[in-house]
Design a binder for this molecule. Structure first.
Ligand code: HEM
Length: 548
């Protein structure tokens, strides 16, 4: 019997552990191998006993023992002094498994939890079996900013979905190739091309707010902004007059916004446990992701039919061999993957930041009034022309409002990267190669060492020279809403332009306030902060048209 156990349980489990340690197989491969082993065990037992049910039960018991042994061996190693990260502090559970972090990402509490860990354990915390969070600005440049910036980690693996997009390309060389294709869409010439569309779409937003007000003048502002953002992004990705969603006009019966949110939450959650993502992304759990991909594929087909490839929309850049750009056009799979990223990175992020900024403005009434005064002074006719868009960035209070919205709304926990071959000295400590490292952006943005006083409050004045009075700390270097370096946000200029136009036009067009039954604290409690900003409770406002 013990021979049998050794042959069936101990040896295979040990072999599996050694294999997993050296080869890091994908989750679906492990699942298939486990299924294959199970079938072999059933056949073998059936050959001896001649009873199917008994053979299945025996195989299940053996496999359960194998799994328990593999888990025990893995956890023991991760907690042992032999592990390369053994000397770094952190909670035992997080050193053993990333499942707690995955759960916290799912409920939108991961960034807050990592902040607490830094308060408890110090500057460097082991937040996963192979993952360090480094709460130090000294490491931002080597990890993210320099030309030697580290590659993205396995957390950026989209399950079994296509990886050939700008966001999911993890190696710098491959990423640089794709980024060149995207780059044309973010030049100042490209942004100028889009100014007319921004104007039209923002005017539609103002009308959408008016149309959707109820009898008491209250409107779901977060929904209007999300619909505006996806409409604009749809046009930016696919081109004018081509087939894409029109959410401000038709509403969102297909759940475009929600499926996008679910896909991002899924990516964030399972990015903590990429092997599990390999399995779950193809099961019904991955439906949101599959839906978003399917929608992008449909748009691709429609777009290819109706339009030449010489516009300023992202699809034109993806599809065309443009003059002066020496790159091959993308294949269909990569086109889809990049389209999904363009929709979600552009549409969802910008909407979330505008909503959170509007919420804080309305909650901190003084800031709202100051912004209104500044805008009324700068635009005495009550509207901002396309020619004046570039002046918006010069309005000091508007810029401070946007900075503060970006600071408080940055839902990013950290952007995990991989320490290159040979390891690295980071924050004065040696970190072995292959370790996942990241700087916790949320922790930096909310830290009293970087932003003081009232680091958790929306105070645009902190961005001025005299700040919030003597002793004010506003550490520019700690402000990283767009990340920097090779993998930083290419849409920064466009994102800032969109934020400034939408916020200023809303404040110029309407007198906005919370309705009496709106509970700001409940809104904050329902804010899920996991890479994107999701609001379980809508931002409802009373909107009275201003008499210009
Ligand atoms: C206020 C708005 C925005 C903020 C705060 C923001 C922030 C960010 C951040 C922090 C990243 C890096 C994510 C990571 O490494 O995991 C990123 C990536 C990206 N953003 Fe933005 N973004 C904004 C708007 C936009 C817009 C408007 C677009 C496009 C229209 C855009 C396109 C992208 C793309 C394509 C990436 C992936 C870049 C890469 O992986 O190389 N973003 N963004």
């Amino acid at each position: 019997m013990s021979d049998l156990i050794t042959a069936h349980v101990l040896l295979p489990s040990l072999a599996a552990c050694i294999y997993f340690y050296h080869c890091e197989p994908r989750g679906h491969q492990v699942a298939l191998a486990a299924l294959g082993t199970f079938c072999l065990l059933v056949v073998q037992d059936y050959a001896c006993t001649g009873q199917v049910i008994l053979a299945i039960v025996h195989a299940l018991v053996i496999q359960a023992k194998q799994i328990v042994l593999i888990i025990l061996a893995t956890v023991s190693y991760r907690l042992s002094p032999l592990h390369p990260l053994a000397r770094y502090p952190g909670p035992v559970l997080d050193k053993s498994t990333s499942l707690r972090l995955a759960y916290l990402a799912f409920i939108g509490q991961r960034a807050q939890y990592v902040t607490e860990l830094h308060e408890r354990y110090g500057r460097i915390v082991r937040i996963g079996p192979n993952k360090l969070s480094i709460n130090s600005l000294d490491v931002v440049h080597p990890i993210y900013g320099s030309s030697q910036a580290y590659d993205k980690s396995e957390s950026y693996r989209p399950g079994l979905s296509a990886e050939g997009s700008i966001f999911f390309a993890r190696k710098k060389a491959e990423h640089a190739r794709i980024k060149r294709i995207w780059s044309g869409g973010f030049t100042s010439a490209a942004i100028r091309q889009w100014e007319g569309t921004i104007k039209t779409r923002v005017a539609e937003l103002i009308e959408c707010v008016a149309r959707r007000r109820d009898s008491r003048g209250a409107v779901n502002l977060s929904e209007c902004i999300q619909h505006w953002s996806f409409d604009f992004t749809g046009e930016w990705v696919l081109g004018q007059g081509t087939h894409h969603v029109e959410l401000m006009r038709d509403g969102d019966p297909e759940g475009v916004v929600e499926s996008g949110h679910k896909a991002i939450v899924m990516f964030e959650t399972f990015g903590e446990v990429p092997a599990l993502f390999d399995i779950l992304s193809v099961l019904p759990t991955g439906r949101a992701y599959q839906l978003v991909e399917k929608r992008a594929a449909t748009h691709l087909r429609e777009r290819i039919k109706v339009h030449p490839h010489d516009g300023w929309d992202m699809r034109s850049f993806f599809l065309a061999q443009r003059d002066g750009h020496n790159y091959p056009p993308m294949n269909e799979v990569d086109l889809n993957a990049n389209t999904v990223v363009a929709f979600e990175a552009g549409g969802d992020t910008t909407a979330g930041f505008i909503i959170i900024t509007m919420f804080h403005l309305l909650r901190y009434r003084q800031a709202y009034d100051k912004l209104k005064e500044e805008l009324d002074g700068a635009f005495p006719t009550g509207s901002v022309s396309v020619e004046e868009y570039s002046h918006l960035a010069e309005l000091p209070y508007l810029s401070a409002v946007i900075n503060e919205g970006l600071r408080l709304g940055a839902a990013f926990p950290s952007f995990p990267r991989v320490v290159p071959k040979g390891g690295a000295m980071l924050a004065g400590e040696f970190v072995p190669e292959g370790t996942m490292v990241g700087v916790p952006i949320y922790t930096q943005h909310y830290s009293p060492d970087n932003f003081w006083p009232e680091p958790r409050e929306f105070r645009p004045e902190r961005w001025f020279k005299d700040g919030l009075g003597p002793g004010t700390i506003t550490r520019q270097a700690a402000f990283m809403p767009f990340q920097s370096g090779p993998f930083g946000c290419p849409g920064k200029a466009l994102g800032l332009r969109l934020m400034s136009v939408v916020i200023s036009t809303l404040v110029l067009s309407y007198d906005l306030s919370f309705p009496p039954d709106f509970d700001p604290e409940a809104f904050l409690d329902g804010w899920i902060n996991t890479r994107t900003n999701i609001f379980r409770i809508s931002l409802r406002v009373e909107a009275k048209r201003r008499p210009w």
